[in-house]
Design a protein around this ligand. Structure first.
Ligand SMILES: C[S@@+](CC[C@H](N)C(=O)[O-])C[C@H]1O[C@@H](n2cnc3c(N)ncnc32)[C@H](O)[C@@H]1O
Length: 203
């Protein structure tokens, strides 16, 4: 169950953040859509069943406006996660300055960076934007062996979705050679579309 603090965190930031970095109306609508929130809560629940998140370092590639980072913080009992949110869109980093509470600036860092240029040293690497990448395997190859990797994709046709998949099997075939062990795989029916998730150990 999500706490309403997540929504007020974002609506409060809308008052102080400059217009140029604020999410547009359609982005805000999509970020807080039923499917997006259920997908991220699903990820947080399944990941925290597999690993104690406390004390872990986590990279979120293609993090958008960092909703997943704040949801993961809720799931980390001691709130001592270290999260780095990586997005190529500089509005996300700027807006995040208005989202974080003062004491959180070290816990949730947001950087403007191409995810293909990040040096992945974190314990857990997450990418829920796989449908936006032409070359998922090239990106997976940047992650060191042994790291826990969490991937989500979906079957929703959309102009910005360049590599949607039609099934969990198709998603697995995009990625599987890159895992030494699959810790979780599943699909979530969200009505309009289906979200697929794989959690694995990087080969
Ligand atoms: C629409 S959003 C997020 C959708 C995603 N399904 C989710 O659950 O959050 C996709 C994000 O990926 C980012 N992105 C796309 N390619 C990227 C890249 N090469 N490096 C970093 N961020 C990237 C975009 O800027 C955008 O913020």
């Amino acid at each position: 169950m999500m706490n309403t603090g997540l929504i007020t965190r974002y609506t409060t930031a809308l008052y102080s953040a400059p217009e140029a970095c604020r999410p547009r109306y359609d982005e805000f609508r999509d970020m807080f859509s039923d499917g997006q929130l259920k997908s991220k809560i699903w990820l947080a629940e399944e990941l925290s069943k597999l690993q104690d998140l406390s004390g872990k370092t986590v990279a979120i590639a293609g993090s958008w406006y960092a909703t997943l980072a704040f949801i993961l913080l809720e799931y980390s009992k001691n709130k001592n996660l270290n999260l780095v949110c990586i997005d190529i869109d500089k509005r996300c980093e700027e807006f995040a300055r208005h989202l974080r509470k003062e004491h959180e600036s070290e816990i949730v860092k947001c950087v403007t960076q191409d995810m293909f240029r990040h040096h992945y040293t974190e314990d857990i690497v997450i990418n829920t934007s796989c449908e936006h990448l032409f070359n998922l395997n090239d990106w997976l190859n940047l992650i060191p062996s042994g790291v826990t990797v969490v991937l989500q994709s979906n079957n929703l046709a959309h102009p910005t979705h360049v590599s949607c998949v039609k099934s969990l099997d198709e998603f697995k075939s995009q990625t599987l050679t890159n895992f030494s062990a699959v810790l979780f795989e599943g699909e979530l029916n969200l009505g309009v579309y289906t979200r697929y998730m794989i959690i694995g150990r990087k080969a």
